[in-house]
Ligand binder design. Structure first.
Ligand SMILES: C[S@@+](CC[C@H](N)C(=O)[O-])C[C@H]1O[C@@H](n2cnc3c(N)ncnc32)[C@H](O)[C@@H]1O
Length: 197
């Protein structure tokens, strides 16, 4: 099982704002590109992948949308509009939720009002956590023992204090070279590296 968490610090939790932010300051296209590269291959989707999108620009609670490829049925297109449509649908379903609640959106897709910090704490119980960082250990040298979970951000970097709490959870920094890549490009390279092993 491979998991990816995209911490989208600029992404609005209001569906209309989310859709209106493509190519603007919040760069919500990052969510579509990352989701596409995490869950799809040509003509199908990848088995055994969980992708979490954590949207943090909110009036109340962060929204964590979880896509589980082993349960997903209605893929419904892989273009930006279709993928952001799925995210927008999950945000609409989440209207009125209290703190740390979960609601089903469609088969294989759920939405939770859980923060990035709480989510990674949960994931740390069953996954080996890796923070993607150019200053980390080269991915080629990393041994993967149990379900790896890769943590990425949108165009806004992870706050310094988050690195400290992630370290306490056992997270390790890993790098994919020294060039600054998009999160979605990192996901392609991570899949490629793991596919070779
Ligand atoms: C566009 S980058 C984030 C840019 C942000 N301004 C920053 O300084 O971190 C998106 C994500 O990809 C990760 N990333 C980009 N290039 C990487 C590389 N060569 N190795 C590992 N992670 C990388 C970043 O750490 C981040 O999680």
């Amino acid at each position: 099982m491979r998991s990816f968490v995209l911490r989208a610090r600029a992404a609005p939790t209001n569906s209309k704002e989310l859709l209106a932010s493509v190519g603007k300051g919040a760069h919500t296209e990052i969510l579509a590109h990352s989701l596409m590269n995490a869950i799809f291959v040509a003509q199908s989707h990848r088995a055994d992948v969980t992708a979490y999108l954590v949207l943090e620009s909110t009036q109340d609670f962060s929204r964590t949308i979880c896509f589980d490829t082993n349960s997903m049925r209605e893929i419904g297109g892989f273009h930006e509009q279709a993928l952001l449509g799925k995210v927008a649908k999950a945000l609409d379903v989440s209207i009125g939720m209290g703190k740390e609640e979960t609601r089903p959106v469609e088969t294989g897709v759920t939405v939770r009002t859980i923060s990035f910090e709480r989510l990674v704490k949960e994931l740390a119980e069953h996954h080996q956590l890796f923070v993607m960082d150019r200053k980390g250990t080269s991915m080629r040298q990393q041994v993967f023992e149990r379900s790896p979970c890769f943590l990425l951000t949108d165009h806004i970097p992870m706050p310094k204090k988050t690195f400290n709490s992630l370290e306490r959870l056992g997270a390790k920094k890993i790098a994919l070279g020294s060039t600054m890549l998009f999160a979605s490009q990192c996901i392609v390279l991570i899949h490629h590296e793991l596919d070779q092993r």
